[in-house]
Design a protein around this ligand. Structure first.
Ligand code: G3P
Length: 222
């Protein structure tokens, strides 16, 4: 397995925008360099280009539309996030659900631009469906645990195991992340020991007064 990915979604938290987005990216870059673990951030669009410009860690969009550049209004194309310097994008986060056709178009657009697709899912059936579209990653996040402070690794390890099996039965090349309530090195270790390729998380890092300390703990058992 390649090195696990720790992907921090800054969502639209006020603690994850502007100067705070830079501070979290700075902490992620420092901890990544110390530990050798890949740590990425997914800021809002306004902060996407500045973070790509100032930091060497992978920066992801939180959503991308699958439409072609041209006469669209209020959309963000794959070409636009690529020009901003993004490494890839989340797709179908539970706070930004899409139709199956939209998900397919976003994945296809990302693949065509050689960017990484991270498709979020809520259970093993949707994980299998997402895997059929051949994204780079499927990220399984039980919605009821998102932002709860209760870790999926501890509360529902079975859904992680079943989702990995469901994804790999459809496409063994798709990597699997898990998320919801991830907050410590122990949570990350459980997720990786269960067979995931890393974690997707938000509040424990973004809302912390000391994001670097949380990030150091997250990578401490890898
Ligand atoms: O995208 C990550 C996410 O939905 C999990 O959020 O706050 O439970 O880590 P959180």
């Amino acid at each position: 397995m390649s090195s696990p990915l720790i992907l921090v979604n800054l969502k639209t938290y006020k603690e994850g925008m502007g100067n705070r987005a830079h501070m979290i990216a700075q902490a992620a870059q420092a901890v990544s360099q110390e530990s050798g673990v890949t740590i990425g951030v997914a800021p809002g669009y306004i902060d996407l280009h500045p973070l790509c410009h100032h930091f060497s860690i992978p920066v992801y969009a939180q959503h991308v539309d699958g439409c072609e550049p041209g006469a669209n209004t209020g959309h963000t194309t794959v070409e636009a996030i690529r020009a901003a310097g993004a490494a890839g994008s989340l797709v179908n986060h539970s706070e930004r659900r899409l139709t199956i056709a939209d998900i397919e178009a976003s994945i296809r657009g990302l693949r065509n631009q050689k960017l990484i697709s991270v498709v979020c899912s809520n259970n093993e059936s949707t994980s299998a469906g997402a895997a059929a579209l051949a994204p780079d990653y499927v990220a399984i996040e039980p919605p009821e645990l998102i932002g709860s402070g209760v870790s999926v690794s501890k509360a529902n390890p079975e859904i992680i195991k079943r989702s990995i099996a469901a994804v790999h039965a459809v496409n063994p090349n798709v990597r699997v992340l898990t998320g919801a309530g991830i907050q410590s090195g122990e949570c990350v270790k459980i997720a990786v020991d269960l067979g995931t390729d890393g974690v997707l998380l938000a509040s424990s890092v973004v809302k912390s007064k000391e994001p670097a300390a949380i990030l150091r703990d997250l990578v401490s058992k890898l």
